[in-house]
Design a protein. Sequence first.
Lengths: 119, 270, 517
Amino acid sequence: MNAAIPILTLGGLAAFFALLSIITASIVGPRRYNRAKLDAYECGIEPTPQPIGGGKFPVKYYLTAMLFIVFDIEIVFLYPWAVSFDQLGMFGFIEMVSFIVTLLAVYAYVWRRGGLEWD
Amino acid sequence: MTGLATVMLSVIDTGEQITFWICGSLALIGALGMVLSRKAVHSALWIAMTMINLACLYMAQGALFLGMVQIIVYTGAVMMLFLFVLMLVGVDSSDSVVETIRGQRLAAGLAGLAFALMLIAVISRVTLGDVGTQGADAVYGGNLQGLAALIFGKYLLAFEVTSALLITAAIGAMILAHRERIEPKKEQKDLSKERFLSGEHPGSLPPPGVYARHNAVDTPALLPDGTLAENSVPASLRARGAIRTVDRALGDEVQQLAAGDGSLEGEDLR
Amino acid sequence: MNGLIALVPIPTPNMDLGQIAPLEIVFGAALISVLVEAFVRREGRRRVQLVLVFASLIAAVAALVGLAGTRTLTAQASVAVDGPALFMQGTVLLLAIVGALLIAERSIDPAGDAFAPRASALPGGREERELTAAGWSQTEVWPLFLFCVGGMLLFPASNDLLTMFVALEVLSLPLYLLAGLARRRRLLSQEASLKYFLLGAFSSAFFLFGTAMLYGFAGTFSLGGIADALSGNAGDNGLVMLGVALLAVGLLFKVAAVPFHQWTPDVYQGAPTPITAFMATCVKVAAFGALLRVMYVALGGVRWDWQPMLWIIAIITMLVGVIVAIAQTDIKRMLAYSSIAHAGFILLGVIAVSEAGIASTMFYLAAYGFATLGAFAVVSLVRDSSGEATHLSQWAGLGKRSPVVAGIFTLFLLAFAGIPLTSGFTSKFAVFSAAIAGGATPVVIVAVFASVISAFFYARIIVLMFFAEPAEEGPRVVLPSAFTALALAIGVAVTVLLGVLPQPLLNLAQQAGIFLR
């Protein structure tokens, strides 16, 4: 618990600052609503109108995000292993290597099929 | 054992209680907001709040690592994936308002309420044994070490089998979202051939006009004969007719220049 | 915090790798299968995958036979190697081999196998047509299939709730994907996949919730530990009741018992037929294996609390299954409701709470599994130009056009109905007598009543096939390749054999029917 106090304090400070900025801006700032204010900013020119419904976006983004999560979770397991590496000894090392090698198989699959390319 | 438990229950510090009541209520509000808000993006933000508060609860109970994982994996990665997908796809709130089966919401609400009442009724008369992580943490010298002992000891098989889960997730993402190339990727050479064979303007388009007075993408460049180069302005602006007209006075000068009138030359260059 | 404490070495877990050999073989093959997807050229993949899948499944069966008679806990007591576990694993493996035969079939559909050439292509789009013409196929089906089988092997053998949950997810996740890969009627298939995924995730959450409750009560995930805690503390603890109920919801969802059956007809209809066949059989075996283990090993001490609940669920499952099945006009949906009804019949073995109950449940699962695989194999053969002809009206007069196929289907329907000399009769008889011995006579009366109703709609299809006039533009029966033919032959052989000569398997099930704690 003690270890969490600095982190929580920092988080609290950050949240406080964010809230403070938003509230201050809404109290102090002048309110002048016009069309230009609501427009998207596009390098100073009039923004290109968005297609209705937002249009289509490449589903590739989802693939990248999903693969990120998969390997993110792999790394979550690495942390307790690394912290207690000395206590686990050789067997722990073998376990983790086998886990990583297992996931390397799917990494190879993703790589060979071009899942990591963005084009 | 029960004596110890009652002692431990009574000495749960007030700090933890305060954390519980604040974070617990916020998590609940977030969950309700997730269900009740009409816009999908708002729902995602509400659930992010719930998850952060859950993480705080875990940390307050001494599971620091779990709290951090909750924030990093769920709030950080999963929720941001949700948010981005929702924003990019542009899910319309009207999609979810339509009830396909009549009375579905009412029935679901009633069932949910009944389930909640049952949970409250049952949990209110629960007796807990040993609570807290202190005892477990002490064995291997810390919370993380205890966790490692469980993951890499008792639940080793479950841990290794988890990799099957991750592999399935990755394959699933590939199957559902990836389009493998049918043809080999086009090289620069192929692209350049294609460009010339298409019969359209092969090179890069002319840049917009650059004038002493004015310089912007909506100002067309002038060709040597003084006419406007329409394709020097982005197509989206052209389609909207938002091309800024060139100052005609300047245009006249240019035409004079084009006609070979040298009288302006020295003056202009200075 | 830990600077002052000397580092205590974490003891090295001992794993007897030999005792979980079938699991290792299947998961190892699944990994190799992923590597095959990565490194083997597209043209050769199918062949390599087929060799790998069948070799590994047969090797796993061999390893399982080698383990026969073992009674031990392994992998830090997280896996039980005992009679029921080995029997269920054997059933899953044999059914999976037949299921793999159906999945491997690709001469029924003129375009190729039962799966979309590319799941990410727009249904009916240009890309899909081009890929179909070029003969592409989604060979990722095989690694997914193997992972699924691996999960199914672990699920009924898990001796703690955590391992069981991981196994549940490992078996479910590939199925969610496989359900959405049908070549024909893509949108229906994708809808089925999404529904299955959402509801399945929801039921997994219930399972997890129940696990947490039982952990809160017992302080352990181990089934034996929970049983000990229950025997030490007979007082009514809310955590136990809640845990049992929530855990049961998660498991009953997987066996498709009413009221957790809503997904079944849609998913069975939308999924590619070989996957439906695989799902309808192997998932049921694995899930009933886990249900039996949880209820008998961990929660045997509170059986008076959960037995009435399962009584009611068994009764409504049988009745809803058979009554709604009558109204169905689609053969796959009809089989789905029939499978719901059968889940109710199998629950009779569970509520018996006896060794005879375990043995009869296991026998029923094996008998039902082979008949179901065969029935879905027949469904995949009856086609018209747009794919499988699943509307019942299209099956009119099928017996006049192709008497052999209609005859085989009739055999499976008779087995479902529980007519003597088929496996269905023996298995129904076994669960009914076990349930009566277990004091569940009222439920058995309902079960007999439900059997009579079910016989009515099975007979209706038989009458439709043999005595109705064939439609003008009726579907035709495609001649399958050796894969489906072999699967059908196995289905027919097992169904007849278990009807005529059930004793060897019954004896085996009785010998195996004791859980290890």
